[in-house]
Design a protein around this ligand. Sequence first.
Ligand code: NOJ
Ligand code: NOJ
Length: 455
Amino acid sequence: MEEGARAEALLLRNVSPPGALPGCIVASPSLSNPDYYYHWVRDSGIAMRAVLSLYHSARTLAARQRYLGLLLSFVDFSRHIQRTATTHGIGLGEPKFTVGGEPYSGIWARPQDDGPAIRAIELIELAFTLLDEGEGALVREKLYDGRLPTDSVIKADLEYVAHRWSETCFDVWEEIRGHHFATQHLERSALVDGAELATKLGDTGAATFYVEQSRLMEPRLREYWDPRKGYIVATRDPDTGERSGLDSAVIIATLIGDSIDGVLQHKHLSAVDHERVLTTIVALEQVFATLYPINDPSRKLPGIAIGRYPEDRYDGYHTNSVGNPWFGITVSFAMFYYKLVRRYRKLQSIAVTDTSIPFLRRLASSIRRPLRPGEVLAPGDPDFDETLAALGRRGDTFLQRVRCHIGPEGSMDEQLNRVTGFQQGAADLSANYAVFLRAAEARRAVHALDPWPAP
Ligand code: NOJ
Ligand code: NOJ
């Protein structure tokens, strides 16, 4: 079976598994060491977006109906857990639910406000898809009813985000309380996209409010840039610990909060082509290239295996250990390069700035001229084409790398051991398969008909 088909099969095994309520997506089938058999709002939002891609590209009516059924049951399950969370007094920031649709009752890092933002971003894509297909009534009934109090999933998430974004919460890795670039970037994207949907559905008062809140967030988001360090710092006002602030969550947020089809793209300081994002990528790649033995050039493996953040101590089982590279994050880096190609193609220009030069220079020795700040590479210039080609090739190195570590049946667990490269942590992580499918899709758009590079 081809890799994409295997990833799809393994992802779908985690959607509405036997015994779970329909529409529940478990983060992993693993029931112990670690127990990931829960519907995490974050992970399931990411998984659901891949199902939407499958729906878009389905070739038969039966396949389309099957995916649509999964999407709509996810919508119902999501609305159910939103209500449950509220009656438990936890609000929508509750990060994980049992497969029976109850909030997890143990001690946990809560709230985690990226979850509602991710779910809103992904479901807004679904809403626009359904509107295009003439399903306005369905959208108004289940997704966005334009009423207050609302009984629809997107509006409930947007109201939560619009009123909560300035508060502290736990980060996407469920460890630190503070203000987080990733969370706030996702929240802002949800509000910008949400305002577009609200406008389209005639809920103009809400649209204005969401836009106002998103504007208020912009100066806050700029505060994460640390000119001395030269990268976007993940967390401000953290409650614990000493960290460099260098964190892959920053990159992942720019990928989720930026839809690939261009319908909802917005020019923004954390867009994939922003100079500060580019220089953060350089810093992350450098730190992980030297931190993990598996990345040592003597191993002769393609690309770089990427982890969460350099000080990570979670090995997939315990948090007093050493951190490892993660499958899904490494795949996300491939995705980043593919998205950047598409962005530059769309912009028809590449801006060269003091801050972006290190990123661009590293790409290709084949770029002929010495790059100078202020310069713009444009179509017709061989260095423009060469830069795009080099970005595509670099994206491929991350996918090639992941393919060195994938299990024989296509399995992708949470992490890969920093020394041996073998998989470890929660088995068959839904988010891994989802990100892999999305990256393969992004790759097809970049390389058109090129075959996969050999591992
Ligand atoms: C600790 C990890 O560091 C954190 O990221 C994770 O979410 C929890 N354990 C649950 O596995
Ligand atoms: C740990 C990760 O840190 C977190 O982001 C994720 O939601 C959970 N595992 C579940 O996969």
